[in-house]
Design a protein around this ligand. Structure first.
Ligand code: HEC
Ligand code: HEC
Length: 142
């Protein structure tokens, strides 16, 4: 009897997983993969229009310039040539001390490995239709 109950339970679980997979929607919509190339128009970064206002205290500031020519890889980080704490490039905000701490909040001499790949958190902007609707409101707006 026990065995039958277990088998019935397993069947129920697997059919639930199947139903879950059905309800996952891709950004691509119903288009098959081979016809789904999304045309990306010319980039319209906000270059030259100054810094972008932050929406809440903890926000990683958005990048107000093109980053196409800058690379970040194991050999080097172009962003740091302008944004590091000792850089003298005029107008380039220096990375804060939070970027020089390890996970135990201990100070480091070099940028923390957790903050090395800048574009994980800092992204340039483009004036385009959002792919996904976003109803984000900062705490101060609520
Ligand atoms: C050649 C120098 C240079 C390089 C390289 C560079 N930046 Fe910048 N960055 C600037 C300057 C200058 C500003 C300020 C722009 C302004 O005020 O219009 C800026 C602004 C920013 C800001 C906004 C800061 C704020 O206070 O709002 C972020 C974030 C940023 N850059 C990230 C990056 C990232 C990430 C990279 C690498 C992919 C990078 N930058 C590479 C010069 C540079
Ligand atoms: C894990 C996410 C993350 C990564 C990776 C990261 N940052 Fe940030 N950054 C933040 C957050 C959050 C803030 C705002 C709070 C703060 O200053 O820590 C910030 C702030 C900044 C600021 C503004 C500092 C100020 O005092 O106004 C600059 C400039 C910046 N980051 C540049 C960079 C650069 C360059 C890199 C890569 C070397 C980088 N960040 C990597 C999350 C990140």
């Amino acid at each position: 009897m026990k065995k039958i109950v277990i088998i019935a339970g397993l069947l129920a679980c697997s059919s639930m997983a199947w139903a879950g997979a059905d309800s996952v929607h891709s950004l691509r919509g119903d288009k098959p993969l081979d016809s789904a190339s999304i045309a990306v128009p010319d980039k319209q970064w906000q270059d030259g229009e100054g810094k972008i206002q932050r929406n809440y205290a903890q926000q990683p500031p958005l990048v107000p310039h093109d980053i196409e020519d800058f690379s970040v890889n194991r050999d080097g980080n172009d962003c740091l040539s302008c944004h590091n704490w000792d850089s003298t490039v005029e107008g380039a905000t220096k990375v804060g001390t939070s970027h020089f701490e390890n996970r135990n909040n201990e100070a480091l001499a070099k940028i923390s490995p957790r903050r090395y790949f800048c574009t994980q958190c800092h992204v340039p902007q483009k004036n385009t239709k959002p792919l996904v609707f976003n109803s984000f409101k900062s705490l101060s707006e609520e």
